[in-house]
Design a protein around this ligand. Sequence first.
Ligand code: MN
Ligand code: ZN
Length: 497
Amino acid sequence: MSQRLKLEIKALDGVEGRDLVIFVGEGLVPARIVSDLAGEGAAALVARAAAAENFKGKALSALAVPAPDGADYGRLIAVGIGADAERAELDFVKLGGAVAGRLSPGREADILLVLPDGAVEPAQAADLALGLILRSYRFDRYKTKTKDKDAADPLKATLRVESPGAVKKAIKRADAVAAGVLLARELVNEPPNVLYPEEFAERAQKLEKLGVEVEVLGEKELRKIGMRALLGVGQGSRRESRVVVMRWNGAGKHDEPVAFVGKGVTFDTGGISLKPGAGMEDMKGDMAGAACVTGLMMALAGRKAKVNAIGVIGLVENMPDGNAQRPGDIVESLSGQTIEIINTDAEGRLVLADVLWYTQDRFKPRFMIDLATLTGAILVALAQEHAGLFTNSNELSERLSAAGTATGETVWRMPLGKAYDKMIDSRFADMKNSAGRHAGSITAAQFLQRHVGETPWAHLDIAGTGMGAKDSEINRSWGPGWGVRLLDRLVADHYEG
Ligand code: MN
Ligand code: ZN
C-alpha cells in the first residue's frame, strides 16, 4: 500500500521536528501551551505575518513562516480553524487533510493539537489522523523517474495531544478505516493489464490475514450455479471471470448478516457496442464498486466491527472478440428471468443481476447495498457531488443519507416506480438490458430491482463519485475510495452490538 505517512502520537511536552504546526481561530491567538512549546515570540510572529499575508484564520487556510529567532525548529505553520461560533461544525478529517497538504516530504513535523478554546476529544484527534493519512496517499508505483527526489520520501509527523493514551486507542479505529479506503483507491488506480478478475480475487484473498473468510468462485462453479448473465459479459475476454464472497463474522453466529455487493468490471470497452476511444482509459475504474466493497470488508475486519457482514463482488472484463456477446442475444439470469441484450455496454447490470440474486438467496441478509459505476446518466443528473441512491426501503434511505452527511460522502435519492419499470420490458424476453437515454440511471436501477426479491435493498450509482475524483482536502488520488467511509459509518451507527 502506498501509505506515505509515518505518524506518531506523543504528549504535549516538547518539539522535535523541523516544522511546527499550530492551530489558530479568527482571533489568531493560539492556545497558551503553544507559547510554552513554540516560544514566546511565536504568537506575535503569526499575528505580524498574518497582517502581511492577509491570513485571517479561516477554517482550513494556512500560513507558513520561518521560526522565531532562537527556536530549535525551522518553520512555523499556523492552520486556521475559523470562528469560535463555528467550532461545533469544524470537520477534523478535512482539517487533517489541510495539515497534510502543508507538510513537506523528508521534513519531520510536530502537530500541536490544541485549540485556542480548549482540548480536543480523542475522537476528533482520530478524525484528524484519518485526514492526514487520506491526504498523504499517492499512487506512484509506475513512476520510475521522479523529478523531485524528496517527493518520494515519506511524510513524518508527530501528533502532540493532551492524552496520548486515549488518542492512540481512538486512532486504531481510524487506521482501520483509512486502510480500507486506501485499498479501495489502490484497486481503482491500478491499470487494467495488472488488475484483471483473477488478480483482483487474489488481492481480496489477502483479507484472510485479518480474519475475513474469502471464497473465490471460478467459471466452472459459476456455470454450475447458473450465473449466465455475468458469464455472458466476460465471454469476450481472454481473462476468466470470478465472483468473490467475503465474510466477516464479528457478531453472534445467529445474527443475520448485512450484505454489500460490488460491480467489478476490471475494464469496460463496451464490448461489441464499443465505446468511443476518447477517455476509454478511465474504464479501468469500472470496478470501483467492487473496490469499495473490498475496502469496506478490510475496514470492518480491521476494526473488529461487531457485525456479520458479507461482501460479494462480480469480476469480469468486457471485451469485444469473436466469442463476445452480441446485441440481440438472450441470456437466462440466475433468477430464471430472461434478458435480451440490447447494448453490450450496459453490462454492469447483467453482472449485478446474478450477484444480487445469489446474495439474497444464499445469505438472506438484513439488507443488500450494491455499489456500481453503472451509468453515465448519473453524472448528467448529479455531477460528482452525490452518488445516486435508489432503494425500496425508506429506512435505508434515511440511514444512508445521514451517514453521507456525516462523512461527506453524500447520496441523493432518485425515484423508482412502475412506469420506469415498464420501460425495460422486452419484445422477446422478460426484460431488456437497455431502455435508451431517457432516465438511464433509473431504468438501470429498475433492472437491478427485478433481481433483489423482497430484500431491503439500496443501489448506489457511483459512476460520478467512484473515479476521476476532483482534488479535495482529503484526496489527491484519481480513485478516491468513495463509499468505504460512508458504509463503515452506516454499519457503526445502526448494525453493531
Ligand atoms: Mn459499460
Ligand atoms: Zn460498465
